[in-house]
Design a protein around this ligand. Structure first.
Ligand code: NFS
Ligand code: SF4
Length: 644
């Protein structure tokens, strides 16, 4: 076991070593024990949808008991991943919508509408008249519209119509994939993939597209927009990153998971004099909140709360011995935390009825007693501070950066004096100083060296004058690696991008939020198209997407809605479809003719970045904006010369 093979992150290496020394298991160890992993599962050709099975496709047995072949089985499995991913994002959106409603209805609720300007902007998109109306009235009308998007039976998702560009809407309409409502598309996947329903893989994938669009342009977008209105839209903000943000002398609370409703209040109450005094009485110097995964991203974007780490660092955080409470809500929480935290003084606290974990204490959270629950949790952490045992091992590694970029504020920043327009961004691309933009997003996966793929890919892109926007655990990787420092431009960027970053004062990798905030990337694309000069549709833009360390079903849904929105999307681990040649060819090639985007699978992040750059250059060629610059194709020779 060489920690350097497991992670490029120094703090992580140190704690991976410590886990090995203490004989504690982590995700990397468990992955080794799983090897070799099941080839049928990997290839997507194992079906256990009915009890005539489980069936596995081989040369000898090219069909399951019912006659389903590799194409059908792999497509059905893929669709179910999309359904789960879309459900996770959208249920998050629904919970935010409920909190939003509470904030509107009750005067003494712990939540309130913090961003009235954004409320009015969003309402206007849905044709809600805002002039002369009370905030409460506007918010109620908006709530009614978006809530209806979850359960409407017929028609079109209102968010899609309100946000996507007209050319795109037409493409989806022609294909018959415009989503009707969020829940309906998820349910319909479960129906269509039931034994003996859909068997035509292309027709199945259509529903996968429809459902993923209901996620990106629906559930996720609702989560982002309502969170901004409710908790305040992010503004550029400085933050600290990596496990070094934990403080031995303070009570440390890690918030982990995805939803901002509780963590936002925990951040607020942790500053209350009474609680700080309690902490001091226990010998602590204060109360320190830090985040992991997307809960981290939510409170980092809005409050500048430090981020302790990304997905693969959740177990490592406990290993510091300095985490007094690990507070979790939903998604990406390893069940392993239950037994691991019992080896330390760390209290693992679950809060959602949807997510209980053996070994964790459950303190039920509900929005109507948010402050009360948050205080109880902070007090639990304070009381637990004195129970720390053994050595405390907090790595020194700590970076800083600037986050808080959004569709609304970022490109206004680029505009400098031309506030409120995407013109400077589009002009930057047209002039060629900026070749294009890439979204590098998604998880960690112990199959890839932790953080390596994110960082190698991002460095390669910015070196070639491609602006990077990032969310989720990829964004956290970038923050830890110093790519979100404004001075990173001078260090890593090509000349054109460097000039732009330095003029505007932005880092070359922009943190645009959590994974539901990938919807911000969609709205950025819509703004670029609307601004003009770069084609009529998303598929014309010199942009690309990637998830170089993806692992979750949410990432499959995200990837699919980007592809279906016209974006070339490269992921590392292939989708589990390789057992079906037809489906693989369709997703990585033929689908482009229908939706303008397609999937690609490439584990080497430098090669993957090269593929993205080639794609961006080919789009520039097609737009006719490449006259003056010579097209650089990356052969192996050139790739070898690229230093990382
Ligand atoms: Ni996205 Fe964010 Fe991280 Fe992956 Fe999990 S935390 S929702 S799924 S692991 S990026
Ligand atoms: Fe086998 Fe068909 Fe049942 Fe799947 S649905 S388990 S392929 S019989």
């Amino acid at each position: 076991m060489d920690p350097k093979e497991r992670s490029i992150d120094k703090a992580s290496q140190q704690l991976i070593q410590r886990m090995a020394d203490l004989g504690q298991e982590n995700a990397w160890d468990r992955l080794e024990k799983q090897m070799p992993q099941c080839g049928f599962g990997k290839q997507g050709v194992c079906c256990r949808i009915c009890s005539m099975g489980p069936c596995r496709i081989t040369k000898k047995a090219p069909a399951g008991v019912c006659g389903a072949d590799a194409d059908t089985i792999a497509a059905r499995n893929l669709l179910r991943m999309i359904a789960s991913g879309a459900a996770a994002h959208s249920d998050h959106g629904r919970d935010i919508a409920h909190t939003f409603k509470m904030a509107i209805d009750s005067a003494n609720c712990d939540y309130m509408i913090k961003d009235e300007r954004k409320l009015k902007e969003v309402a206007a998109r849905f044709g809600i008249k805002t002039d002369g109306k009370e905030i409460k009235e506007i918010a109620t009308e908006l709530f009614d519209i978006v809530m209806n998007d979850f359960g409407r039976h017929e028609g079109t998702l209102s968010t899609v119509a309100a946000y996507a560009s007209p050319a795109r809407l037409k493409i989806w309409q022609q294909l018959g994939v415009t989503p009707r409502s969020i829940d309906r598309e998820i349910v319909e996947i479960m129906h269509r993939t039931h034994m003996g329903v859909g068997a035509d893989y292309k027709n199945l994938v259509k529903q996968g597209i429809r459902c993923s669009l209901a996620d990106g342009w629906g559930g996720s977008l609702i989560a982002t927009e309502l969170s901004d209105i409710l908790f305040g839209s992010p503004q550029a903000i400085r933050f600290g990153a990596n496990l070094g943000v934990l403080d031995e002398k303070q009570v440390n609370i890690i918030v982990h998971g995805h939803e901002p409703a509780l963590s936002d209040i925990v951040v607020a109450v942790s500053q209350e004099d009474e609680l700080i005094k309690m902490a001091e009485e226990k010998g602590a110097e204060g109360i320190n909140i830090a985040g992991i995964c997307c809960t981290a991203n939510e409170i980092l974007m809005r409050h500048g709360i430090a981020v302790a780490g990304n997905f693969l660092q959740q177990e490592l955080a406990v290993m510091t011995g300095a985490v007094d409470v690990m507070l979790v809500d939903v998604q990406c929480i390893m069940p392993a935390l239950g037994s691991l935290s019992s080896c330390f003084h760390t209290k693992l606290i679950t809060t959602s009825p949807k997510c209980k974990i053996p070994g964790a204490e459950h303190i039920g959270f509900s929005e109507d007693k948010a402050t009360e629950v948050a205080r109880t949790i902070v007090k639990t952490a304070i009381d637990n501070f004195v129970n720390r045992r053994g050595d405390i091992n907090i790595p020194k590694a700590k970076e800083h950066g600037v986050a808080g970029f959004t569709t609304e504020n970022t490109f206004y920043n680029l505009g400098g004096t031309f506030r409120g327009t995407f013109r400077p961004l589009n002009d930057g691309v047209i002039s060629g100083r900026l070749r294009g933009a890439a979204g590098v997003v998604g998880c960690n996966n112990p199959k890839q060296t932790h953080d390596y793929c994110h960082i190698a890919m991002m460095k390669e892109l910015i070196k070639n004058d491609v602006l990077v926007v990032s969310t989720g655990c990829g964004a956290i990787a970038a923050g830890k690696a110093g790519l979100m420092r404004p001075d990173a431009a001078a260090k890593y960027c090509g000349k054109g991008l460097r000039e732009i970053c330095e003029t505007v004062g932005i880092p070359p990798v922009l943190h645009v939020g959590s994974c539901v905030d990938n919807s911000r990337i969609l709205t950025i694309l819509a703004n670029i198209v609307a601004e003009g000069g770069l084609g009529e549709d998303f598929a014309d833009l010199p942009v690309a997407g990637a998830a170089p360390e993806w692992m979750s079903e949410k990432a499959v849904s995200i990837g699919m809605y980007f592809v279906a929105s016209g974006v070339y999307t490269v992921i590392a681990e292939p989708l589990p479809v390789l057992g079906s040649e037809n489906l693989t060819r369709y997703l990585t090639d033929e689908i482009e003719k229908e939706v303008g985007g397609k999937w690609a699978f490439e584990r080497d992040p430098i090669k993957a970045a090269g593929m993205m750059i080639e794609h961006i250059e080919s789009k520039r060629d097609a737009l006719g904006i490449n006259e003056k610059t010579e097209r650089k194709l990356y052969d192996m020779e050139a790739r070898r010369e690229l230093t990382f």
